[in-house]
Every structure is written in C-alpha cells, then in structure tokens.
Design a protein around this ligand. Sequence first.
Ligand code: FAD
Length: 495
Amino acid sequence: MTQTYSRRRIVIAGGGTAGWMTAAALARTLGGAIELTLVESDAIGTIGVGESTIPPLVNYNRLLGIGEAEFMRATQATFKLGIEFENWKVDGESYFHSFGLTGRDHWTAGFQHFWLHGLTKGHDWSFDDYCLELKAAHAGRFAHLPDNRMNYAYQLDSSLYAAYLRRLAEADGARRVEGKIAEVELDGQTGNIAALRLESGERLAGDLFVDCTGFRALLIEGALHAGYDDWSHYLPCDSAIAVQTESVRPPVPYTRAIAHDAGWQWRIPLQHRQGNGIVYCSRYLDRDAALERLLGTIEGQRLTEPNFIRFVTGARRQQWYRNCIAVGLSGGFMEPLESTSIHLIQRAILRLIRMMPMSEVSPRDVAEFNEQQLTDMVQIRDFLVLHYKATERRDSPFWRQCAGMAIPDSLSHKIELFRETGRVFRKNEELFAENSWVQVMLGQGIMPRAYHPVATKLSDAELDHLLHGLRESVERTVASLPRHHEYVAQYCGAR
Ligand code: FAD
C-alpha cells in the first residue's frame, strides 16, 4: 500500500466555544501533522451563553489531558448533577433529571419495574429516592466517589472556557488570526472553499474548513448553501434573553429550568456569579414582556446588559458539505433545555478527528459523518420534544399548542411503549439512556399501566429488602458527602 501524506491546512472560522474546542482538540491530537489556523473577530464577539453541560464533557477534557481542578479554577466552574424541571408537568410541581442511575437494574428489566411493583404493595417512596446524584443535588452535596459512582458535568463560564482552550491550542501550535471574514472564496472548478478573505486583505487558504461562525453559518450556508431543516413545529421557542447576576447564595450542583406560560427560564450557578435567561416563543410573548419577566425574577445585582438572541430550532441539512464541516451553532440549534449543544460540538470534533481526510475528502466519510451527526440530533430532538408534549398544562395558548402538536413517530412509539409496558430501550448509542427517559417521562406525568412480570417473582420480604436497602444506601452516602460549595472551594483551592 502506498500512501502519501501532505500536511493538511485546516482553517477554523470562528472562536467561540465551538471554534476553540475544535482547535484545542485538533492541535492536541494531530499536532505537527496539520497546519491549523483559527480566525475570529473581536468586533463580532461570541454568543456569550452556553454554561450548562452534560457528563461527556468530562471525557473531552480528559482526552485533552486537562487537569480538572485547574480547569475549574480557570472557568469558575461548579459541578452539575442534573436539571431541576419546575412547572413543566403542571404549574407548581417539579421533577429532576439527574445524571445518575436510579436503583439497580436487573438484566431483564429496569429498576422502574420493581419500583412500580412496590407501589402496588404499599411502598409509597418516590422514584427519586433511589438515585444518589438526585438526592445529593437536592441536599446541595457533592464529592468525587470511587469507581466514578457520582456521575457529573460542569456549569462553567463559556468565555473563560474558550480563553482557556485558546491557551492550550496556541501552545500546541494553532495560529490565531484576528479579523473579520469579508469573503469566502470558492474554487471555480470543484466548488470547494479555497480561502477566506479578511477585511484586512489577508487571505487564508486551506484544504479543510471548519465553520464555527455560530448562527451566521458564513461558510456552510452563506457560501455553500447546505440547507437547513426547520424543527420549530416541534420546538416552538425562538427567542432568548440572557443576563448574568451576582450570586446571592452558595452555588447548587444543578441547573434550574423553570417553565412559564410561553417557554422557560434558566438559572446556572457558577462559582463567581449566576447565569440567568429566559427562553420563549415570540408568538405568545413579546420581547418587552419577556425582558420584564426575566428582570423581575432574577436575584442579585445585575452584572451584564441583557443579551437578546433569536434562533430557529433545527439542523443544517449537511453538517459536512464539500470541504467544510459545521461545528457548533452553524450546524443547528435545538434549545438549551437539556444542555446538549456543547455536547454536539464535542461529538462533531471527535468524529472529524476519526474521519480526518488522508488527502482528498472521501464522499463516504462525508456521508458517514452526516448520518451519525444527524442521528444524534434527531435523538436529542425527540427527547427535548418530550418535555413540551407530555405536559398536563393547558393554562396558556403556548402549552395548549405544545400538548396538541404532532410529534415524530419515533417519539410517539417511545412514549406509548413506556405507557403500556414501563419499558424503554436505548438504540444506536443514543445520548440519553433509559434512566433519563424514565425520569423525564415519570416527571412529566406518564405513568406505566403495567410492569415486567419479573418484579412479581420477588417475595414481599425480598422486595422490601431491595427497596429499603437501596434507599438507605443512597441516604447514607448523601449524608456522608461534603457541601458542594465547600468541596468546590477546597478542590479548586488545592494546587
Ligand atoms: P459563537 O459563540 O456565536 O461564536 C461564533 C464565532 O464566529 C465568534 O468568535 C465570532 O467572532 C466568529 N465570527 C462570526 N462571524 C465572523 C466573521 N465574519 N469574521 C470572523 N469571525 C466571525 N449550550 C450548552 O451546551 N449548554 C447551555 O446551557 C447552552 N445555553 C444556551 C442558551 C442559549 C439562549 C443559546 C442560544 C445557546 C445555548 N447553548 C448552550 C449553545 C451554546 O451557546 C453554543 O453551542 C456554544 O456557545 C457554541 O457557539 P459557537 O461557537 O458555535 O458560536
């Protein structure tokens, strides 16, 4: 086999979370084998939101060899054990989607089947009582436990994270160019991108281009017209306003998603401040009313001016098109409800590294990349739609629209299967595993009508022993954990 490698020139357009995550990962893994340039515009800046993450980010940082305590100091991060969903099923009720497992699954059936059997036997404890991460979150406690028994993510300052990754990427040989892209130059013969021309006149030629220009999608859409699938008929929110405030209390290890009559609000506690925002559907709430609602409910001194953001939920039809790959908001956006955007950035980067072209871009790699990335997005979309569709709220036109909307068949199947049998199956390495679906479906009020017969094989005493034992073990562990904010201070303070 003969194969010639030439040093590929990779140009990343944009330096937000997506741009610097891509640059840091490519520079660290491919180093001298590529020539890496990132161009970003200080005048344009970044979107300035994106602070709540999910557990796979822990692995991304590990792959890059990032020390956790140093990273948390640099980004003012806190630990995150899940999301508290308030007012989603009905106004006044909450449930928690945790990153942990609930109870103990049997190979034939998930723990929910045993819990459901317990209900018929008079055990009236909540499903929540069997999940360590959930109970620790509510108690405001956290610690690293042996064997990764505590599954967690981070709440972080995204601009500090980008700055941190920039230092790594530059140390690993990435070149940063400051300037505004004025033109995307196409090759007349192939239709590929040949170069980016900056306002300064500089020309950045490349073999492969990564579009991290955010919602602008300057390369993948502006120049290449890859197309966009609009999913707003499933995910109707189209606007957000964000503000940062001083913290008024110690940070809790979870994010809050508080539904209101035309969308929801977030609260993300960091070490040094809190991120707040309102997400809404402009058809039912106008900008002034949304701002008033946000400012009327935040706590603590405001640190920033309101950041107004418009978006169309959906996905770029081709995430990789010709010699351009969309990473980040340029590839689509589905809502920050389950903090999945940074995760999709990470997935795209890992895929790009695995499918890095040898010389010419292979159409097979492109097709594979697009199929895998889109599968992730569709699965996440379904999970998000569940939160809106499975509501008992009928108190506003927004919630009536959500409750009445048609949903993807894949989601209907999952909901009906759970309702009829209590079963959930994870397919195709789906991001959200069975326990996530069970927690959210129960939380949104979908109660199974039946459960697996294996649960009835336990005698009353065995069932009692199982349920008591698991619950007590969770309680004991939670009681032994330090307070989250004290643990963060001690962990980040230790050098
Ligand atoms: P941006 O941050 O917009 O960066 C774009 C970059 O391109 C900038 O550097 C800009 O200067 C550059 N650029 C653009 N045009 C030009 C040009 N002409 N010349 C040169 N440079 C240019 N994700 C999560 O995972 N968790 C969350 O909690 C979360 N919350 C969110 C809340 C809201 C309301 C929104 C809208 C998104 C949220 N996200 C969240 C998504 C998250 O913010 C993004 O995935 C992440 O910030 C990546 O953005 P980006 O880098 O793609 O784009």
